[in-house]
Ligand binder design. Structure first.
Ligand SMILES: [Zn+2]
Length: 325
C-alpha cells in the first residue's frame, strides 16, 4: 500500500505546474479516495479501473497499442519503464519472480544468449574473481563439481570424448604448434597416471579394433624401435619393414630422419575399417601387410583420421582382399 499523497488543491497544483491534485479524503462517485487530474478533475483510480476493464475485455487491442507505442518512440517507452521500475521496486521484483516461474524455458534461453554474447567479459570476471578470492573460488569449485557430476561428465564427453570434433581440432592445433611439446604432455599425463594408462589400455583391448591396434603397436615397436627383439610373429624382418616405409617417403629421407621429422606409420586402409569388415585373424594379416603401410607427416595423419573411400585406398583394399581372403 502506497502512502497517501500530500493534500494539495486543484488551483495550487495548477499554479505549481503539477498534472495531479489531491483533495484529501473526498470520495469520487465510485467511492475512491484518489488523486485527480488537474486538467479535467477525473479520478485517477477510476481511470485505472477503466483501463483494467478495457484491457480485460480486449487484451489484443491493448497489446497492439503497446506495440505501436514501442515502435513509435522506443526511447520514450524505455524511459517510462525505467521510471516505473525505479518507483515500484517491490512490484518489479514480484513481476520478475512471476515471469521466471511462468517462463522457465524462455528465461534459460535468454540467459544462455546473454552469456554467449558476453563470454569474454564473464571469463575476465571469473579470472579476476579467482585472483581476488582464491580460497573462495577453490571451495566453490569443489562444491560445484561434487553437486554436478553428471553435468560435468556429459560436458567432458562432448569436448574430450571419442569422436568429438572439438577435441580432435584442439589436439590437431596443439600438435601443429609444437609436436614435441604435445607428445611430452601426453606422455607426461600417462606417466603421472600409470593406473589410468593401464585401465585405458585394458579397455581398448576389449574391442576388436583395440586388439588390432594393440597388435599393430607391438609389431611397430619390434620393427621400428627395438631391432633384434623377438620377431617370430612376423612375415618380414626389421630391415624389410623399414625399407618399405622409406620407399614411401619423398626424396632421399632415411628412416631415422623421417621419425625425427615427425613422420608416422599410416595404414592406407584404416585399421578401424579393417576391424569392422573382416574377421580378426584375417584383419591381423591385413594390418601388417606392407602394401597397406606408408609414412606420412603426423599432421596429415591426424587430419586423415580413419576416413575411407579415396581411389588409392580402394585400390589397396582390392590387393589386400585378393591376398588374404
Ligand atoms: Zn474514482
Amino acid at each position: 500500500m502506497t502512502d497517501s499523497p500530500t493534500i494539495i488543491s486543484r488551483e495550487d497544483a495548477r499554479a505549481a505546474g503539477l498534472k495531479r491534485f489531491f483533495a484529501g479524503k473526498k470520495l469520487c462517485k465510485r467511492g475512491h479516495v484518489s488523486e485527480r487530474k488537474v486538467s479535467n478533475g477525473q479520478c485517477i483510480a477510476c481511470d485505472q479501473e477503466g483501463a483494467r476493464k478495457r484491457h480485460a475485455a480486449n487484451p489484443d487491442k491493448q497489446r497492439e497499442r503497446n506495440r505501436k507505442a514501442r515502435s513509435d518512440d522506443p526511447e520514450k517507452v524505455r524511459e517510462q519503464n525505467r521510471k516505473w521500475r525505479a518507483n515500484n521496486p517491490d512490484k518489479c521484483r514480484e513481476q520478475k519472480i512471476k515471469y521466471r516461474a511462468n517462463n522457465p524455458e524462455k528465461v534459460r534461453e535468454q540467459n544462455r544468449k546473454w552469456r554467449a554474447a558476453n563470454r569474454a567479459m564473464l571469463r575476465e570476471y571469473d579470472r579476476q574473481y579467482r585472483k581476488d578470492y582464491p580460497e573462495k573460488a577453490k571451495r566453490w569449485g569443489i562444491t560445484y563439481r561434487a553437486n554436478n557430476k553428471d553435468k560435468i561428465q556429459k560436458h567432458n564427453r562432448k569436448i574430450y570424448g571419442d569422436g568429438s570434433t572439438e577435441r580432435l581440432e584442439t589436439m590437431r592445433k596443439l600438435y601443429a604448434e609444437d609436436p614435441a611439446k604435445y607428445r611430452g604432455r601426453v606422455n607426461g599425463y600417462y606417466k603421472a597416471n600409470p593406473e589410468k594408462y593401464r585401465a585405458q589400455a585394458r579397455q581398448r583391448r576389449l574391442t576388436k579394433l583395440g586388439r588390432l591396434k594393440a597388435f599393430w603397436g607391438m609389431i611397430k615397436k619390434r620393427m621400428g624401435l627395438k631391432q633384434g627383439a623377438r620377431q617370430k610373429l612376423l612375415i618380414y624382418d626389421a630391415e624389410t619393414f623399414q625399407a618399405h616405409l622409406v620407399s614411401t617417403l619423398p626424396g632421399e629421407m632415411t628412416y631415422a630422419e623421417a621419425v625425427e621429422e615427425g613422420y608416422q606409420h599410416d595404414h592406407i586402409v584404416p585399421i578401424s575399417y579393417i576391424s569392422k569388415n573382416f574377421p580378426f585373424d584375417i584383419a591381423c594379416k591385413m594390418v601388417v601387410d606392407l602394401d597397406n603401410l606408408r609414412f606420412i607427416p603426423a599432421t596429415e595423419n591426424m587430419q586423415k583420421h580413419s576416413k575411407m573411400g579415396e581411389p588409392y585406398q580402394l585400390k589397396v583394399l582390392g590387393i589386400l582382399k585378393e591376398r588374404h581372403l
